[in-house]
Design a protein. Sequence first.
Length: 206
Amino acid sequence: MSSAPTVFDRVERQLRGEFGRRLVHASGTGLPLLYLLNLITWAQTRALYLFFAAGVIILESLRLIVGLDVWLFNHLIREYEEDNIAGYVLYMLSSTVAAVAFEPQIAVPAILMLTLGDPISGTVGGDELRVVKRPVALAAMFIICAAITVPFHYTTPIVVVCGGLGGMLADGVKPIIRGYVIDDNLTIPIVAGVAMRLGLELSIAV
């Protein structure tokens, strides 16, 4: 007779699939939140991003080369990623690049666009695999990214617009290079950060 499922089994079952992936996605808000709450400095935030980026590179190398299999992979890896670099690695690397390349007023909203905006946009768009997302998903991502930018740049509306456009384009348009679809986990923080930086430069020039 099979034993009754444990609490861990029930939680694990509920987290399996897209809901679990979105929850893990949103958990990336933790580091920026610690900084915003003044619990860690920006230098410490950057150091933690570098530490976690190194960790996921090692973990992914073990998965692809050695065949490491842990239960967490059930919530991070889609079927088409089983033999390729998984999205969670690109997610961590792009967040780290944003944290290192930009000042916190740009890096934090850029990272939040990935951790919060992307899963909400995916819900609205139904996670369809399209080169260009449907207008409703594009509009939702623009609104979310602009709203995320507002607390950091409310005195410069052009930066808010640029942040919204950058996040929307990175999330909603997936270029294909030599047969490979460029994952938005890699592009959202970087493109959004560059867009906000451009907005700041334009605000100074005007």
